[in-house]
Design a binder for this molecule. Structure first.
Ligand SMILES: [Zn+2]
Length: 318
């Protein structure tokens, strides 16, 4: 099994660059490495601004996906360009230098907007001056920084398919504090020049979750409320009733959409999937679906292309 993983690591290096085949790392690769590269990336062209941590892809008109494939979250942050302003939707794990990548892609004034304040989306915030977020207890707490065991785990050998970027160590990895300089409100429209983004409040996964909508292009950025993979809905800060309402709201938008840009795994997904997700989640809450244990206390409800991870006792707390 380890040998197979090492071969797959080498294969991923062929489409990548600056590959580091550290033998101690390849012996302890995270389980997720075996599924990389994901087949969806075969249709995307790696951009020259990519480096040994971020893979950069053009995924829409003026939209760049900044993908972290070598870390188990497989986070995707997005750089969205207007004529006068750019938005960085999420700043990743904070393990790679996301600002260096952004600086190569644009010189426009930049606003960082977080899809929500989980640690894998706010890690690079400290590198930027202009940061916008909804103002909730969760977002304000997170802006003070996070230094707990779960953050260190994100930089552990089990979480990686290649060594950490130069100068980054597991012991030192932390979510550094940052300043929210602009408070967003639900329904607000941001004019980037030739591109308008609407802020949609979609509480559930967290209370500060938002989606961004470019209605002219038909683009919707969904954050963690939808991606092709196991959708985490078991954390203390998750509210399942709110999530149900939010995912239905997004599903209703799907006929007018051309592309979904989720925050993990794959950067372009068919908008029709949202209808399937909303319908499946209704059945989960109605108690009519079967599940498998994912890990201690957490159940997985599996569907074609996505799943929900919920607490074993979710029905009692909902
Ligand atoms: Zn999240």
């Amino acid at each position: 099994m380890i040998k197979l993983k090492a071969i797959l690591l080498l294969a991923s290096c062929i489409i990548s660059y600056a590959c580091q085949t550290d033998s101690s790392l390849s012996d302890s690769l995270g389980e997720f490495c075996a599924k990389l590269p994901r087949p969806e990336y075969a249709n995307l062209k790696l951009h020259v601004t990519s480096n040994d941590w971020f893979e950069v892809y053009s995924v829409g008109d003026g939209v760049w996906a900044l993908y972290e494939p070598h870390q188990w979250q497989e986070v995707i942050s997005y750089l969205i360009l207007g004529e006068q302003q750019a938005v960085l939707f999420d700043s990743g794990n904070g393990l790679g230098d996301i600002r260096a990548v952004v600086n190569k892609l644009t010189s426009l004034p930049l606003l960082v907007i977080n899809s929500h304040s989980h640690i894998d989306h706010i890690g690079g915030n400290y590198q930027f001056e202009n940061i916008a977020s909804l103002s909730t207890e969760f977002s304000l707490t997170r802006s003070k920084g996070v230094d707990e065991a779960s953050v260190k785990e994100e930089a552990s050998a089990a979480a990686l398919c290649r060594p950490l970027p130069a100068g980054v160590t597991q012991a030192d990895h932390t979510i550094r504090p940052y300043q929210i300089t602009r408070v967003l409100t639900a329904g607000q429209r941001l004019d980037l020049g030739g591109r308008q983004l609407e802020v949609i409040s979609i509480p559930g996964h967290t209370d500060d979750s938002i989606a961004l909508l470019d209605s002219e292009a038909g683009y919707l950025w969904t954050g963690d409320s939808y991606y092709a993979g196991p959708i985490w809905l078991f954390a203390d800060e998750t509210d399942l009733s709110d999530y149900q309402q939010s995912i239905h709201y997004l599903a209703k938008l799907s006929p007018q959409l051309t592309s979904l840009f989720p925050a993990h795994n794959t950067p372009k997904v068919d908008p029709k999937t949202l209808v399937e997700v909303a319908s499946a989640f209704d059945k989960v809450l109605a108690g009519s679906e079967t599940s498998e244990p994912e890990w201690d206390g957490v159940l997985r409800f599996q569907y074609d292309g996505f799943s929900f991870l919920l607490r074993e006792d979710f029905a009692d707390n909902d």
